[in-house]
Design a protein around this ligand. Structure first.
Ligand code: BG6
Length: 475
């Protein structure tokens, strides 16, 4: 019997659970940020968020109603280990058992991420990912989750998006701990990948039924032209945006040309020879790919390294796209906007071909390892009109990307599942609640947090139904 293709949608604990101080959960760096930091520009918290903690049964019932057979979620580390290590919170363990049991009852496969940005404050206070000890604390937490939930979970993900997360934390500086320092970025990145490899090693020891992977926010890189200088810029951008995650995760070592290039800028004294074997033994079974957009680059011209966020809804000139630097990596490349590109409300280039190209690249470069599209979606400003949310823009976006995925599958790409980001509206990190991604609308202005399925919810339900009716249903 073949495993059925997984059609699902995704969430993350901090963005949806709420109950920030209930059920014995410890504090995280995001609780600390949203409560205390002047950089919380929208003055919102995720204290209640979508209240998944109390409403998970309703949300899982809606998943079933829309024919989805998988749900991507994450576990809150601080709900399991309030201090990051040591004392286990039995209420937290019990909560996730209830969620997994509910999913199993509806025959929905759990795809579970262990780290999706929220870290126990006690660990963050000791340096977070800059401290090697955090990688070992993560392995302890991962082992505990495997032992507790291993018979209920089919797909495990070690960490979500090392590149995007750390770029925001240590490059742009808009996520806690709000640092802009390339060496500290590299240091945290090395430990994030070490943590992932250590968790995979723990998983292998237990010989569980599931599979384990990592989730990467892939950005296929395109040059503004084909010159020699531009080819170098493309390769370096590919290293910065993709390869330092994909290479160790799949092949067990970092790209040599990138390490050499980095060493010209600062000493890599945190890279330890004795960890090489951990990376070799900690490779994944599958890749989770979050695809939102591509990277368009040109050769480096001038200026210091700096990272800017796109995806924030802030444009330089209203209505007119100006070519601007999104990222400058000294001596390597500059990331720019394509003046002919199509952009979302929130300043993200819409480029479905990038998903097709990424999937074929993975097929060729990484011996066709199984892939799940673990996130794909578009953030929109939305309003309820006559009780409905007519999100045709989202439907068009998803349709274009699903077609690109299916085209790649026809060319042999080994795609096993697809997840819309997000299952329902949730906290969009520094963008707060204005940016909605859900298939289900959540009325944040109302205490009841009423759920209203959007037009895209019904569209997705029909798409899955037709896919199965076409004989693709092997359950
Ligand atoms: C991914 C993350 O980077 O993109 C999600 O895994 C995130 O957690 C999503 O919410 C969309 O990004 P944003 O910043 O628009 O919410």
């Amino acid at each position: 019997m073949n495993t059925p293709f997984l059609w699902g949608s995704a969430t993350a604990a901090y963005q949806c659970e709420g109950a920030w101080n209930q059920g014995g959960k410890g504090n995280t760096q995001w609780d600390n940020f949203s409560h205390n930091s002047p950089l919380n520009i929208h003055h919102v918290t995720a204290d209640t968020a979508s209240d998944f903690y109390h409403r998970y049964e309703e949300d899982i019932r809606l998943l079933k109603e829309s024919n989805q057979n998988s749900f991507r979620m994450s576990i809150s580390w601080a709900r399991i280990l309030p201090e990051g290590t040591g004392t286990v919170n039995s209420e937290g363990i019990a909560f996730y058992h209830r969620v997994f049991d509910c999913l199993n009852q509806y025959n929905i496969k759990a795809n579970v991420t262990l780290f999706h940005y929220d870290m126990p404050m006690a660990l963050e206070a000791q340096g977070g990912w800059e401290n090697e000890k955090t990688a070992y604390a993560f392995a302890e937490y991962a082992r505990l989750c495997f032992q507790e939930f291993g018979d209920k979970v089919d797909l495990w993900v070690t960490v979500n998006e090392p590149v995007y997360n750390l770029m925001c934390c240590y490059g742009v500086g808009n996520y806690p701990p709000h640092v802009t320092d390339t060496k500290r970025f590299a240091l945290a990145g090395y430990h994030y990948m070490l943590a992932s490899a250590l968790a995979v090693k723990e998983f292998r020891k237990l010989q569980l039924k599931g599979k384990i992977g990592i989730v990467h926010d892939i950005h296929p890189v395109y040059g503004v032209n084909d010159s020699k200088e531009c080819q170098f810029a493309v390769r370096m951008a590919d290293n910065v945006l993709n390869n330092w995650v994909l290479e160790p995760a799949v092949n067990g070592c970092f790209p040599q040309d990138f390490m050499t290039e980095l060493e010209m800028h600062f000493p890599l004294d945190f890279v330890k020879k004795q960890n090489d074997m951990i990376f070799k033994e900690g490779t994944v079974d599958f890749l989770g790919i979050n695809y939102y957009t591509r990277a368009f680059v040109k050769p480096y011209t001038d200026g210091e390294t700096c990272f800017n966020e796109n995806n924030s809804g802030v444009r330089q000139e209203d209505g007119h796209i100006v070519s601007k630097k999104l990222m400058n990596v000294k001596g390597m490349f500059e990331r720019v906007e394509d003046p002919d590109g199509t952009f979302s409300d929130w300043d993200m280039e819409i480029y479905p071909e990038g998903l097709y190209d990424s999937l074929l690249l993975i097929k060729d470069r990484y011996h066709n390892i199984p892939v799940y599209i673990t996130e794909n979606g578009i953030g929109l400003h939305e309003r309820v009109i006559n009780g409905e949310i007519n999100d045709t823009e989202r439907i068009d976006f998803l349709q274009m990307h699903i077609s690109a995925m299916q085209k790649a599958m026809m060319q042999g790409a080994n795609v096993k599942g697809y997840y819309v980001w997000s299952t329902f509206d949730l906290y969009s990190w520094v963008n707060g609640y204005d940016k909605r991604y859900g298939l289900v609308y959540v009325d944040f202005s109302d205490e009841k947090l009423t759920r209203i399925p959007k037009k895209s919810f019904y569209w997705y339900k029909n798409l899955i139904q037709s896919y199965r009716m076409e004989g693709n249903h092997e359950e």
